[in-house]
Design a protein around this ligand. Sequence first.
Ligand SMILES: Nc1ncnc2c1ncn2[C@@H]1O[C@H](COP(=O)(O)OP(=O)(O)OP(=O)(O)O)[C@@H](O)[C@H]1O
Ligand SMILES: [Mg+2]
Length: 305
Amino acid sequence: MEPVVELKHLTKVIGNKKIIDDLNLSLYPGQITGFLGPNGAGKTTTIRMMVGLMKRTGGDIVIDGKSLSEDFEGGLSKIGVIVENPEMYKFMSGYKNLLHFARMQKNISKERIDEVVRQVGLEQRIHEKVSTYSLGMRQRLGLAQALLHRPKFLILDEPTNGLDPAGIREFREHLRVIAETEGVSVFVSSHMLSEIELMCDRIAVIQNGRLVDIRDMSVTAQSHYYLELSPAEKAKELLISKGFTVESLPLGLVVPAEKNQVPSIIQLLTANEIEVFAVQPHRKTLEDQFLEMTGGGQIAESHTK
Ligand SMILES: Nc1ncnc2c1ncn2[C@@H]1O[C@H](COP(=O)(O)OP(=O)(O)OP(=O)(O)O)[C@@H](O)[C@H]1O
Ligand SMILES: [Mg+2]
């Protein structure tokens, strides 16, 4: 599959500080990629360069085959952006707002407006004033606006900030359908790991301006088992000697393993006089993985600016 967006050796230096350091990343059609990183990692800086709000120091960004260094306007015309709190005219209806934005661009038909309204699930309320909308509805109206010109690429910076669980879920489900039906490549930055976990196909993790990891969410679902046992230190040494990666938790260990390996693990332990009290499947959350990848300690679950 051809990428829709490519970051090539993207670099940003401010003063004498390298804020973005040789970042390479490809984003694909129909895929939702989460952009994660501790505070100050360089997410906003990267996004600002992608949408043309900040100059690159080095490297290039290619959007749908158009390099921003060669065809800046052409590249940017393929992007849809939605910021944390989209600006809307509150005294006008949602529909009038969309009409207003449609008029500022070329070739957006009334049919297209109706289509995006359906895609974000606002048919019932679109003719009411925006001032009567909930935050979640406003956010979805922002999404509709960003989609009007059929962008190939959608960037969302903290899109569900402030939404309640139902609003988050609704937003997520609409986004998923849009990515699939329109083949849009979506790039979402967020601090809400639990949400990214449900929303994304892939995650890219940045730290100190460098890409530290890209993972497919399907791969990250590898199975693990938690073993409550004693003595834990002895069990750990034993399992490591057999080639397992072992992680210590209070009262026991976590081992990456498939179900059919469990009986032999138990046999190994009991044959070595280790008492096993419990064995249970252990799901590694994205938070666990994020902390592993970034060395821990810096995650902010809720974001205040
Ligand atoms: N205009 C600027 N001048 C100097 N340093 C800057 C400037 N803009 C950003 N930085 C620095 O660049 C680094 C990356 O900042 P950035 O805002 O991109 O991080 P972030 O990943 O978006 O963080 P957060 O999760 O807090 O939003 C930080 O160390 C920040 O202090
Ligand atoms: Mg930021």
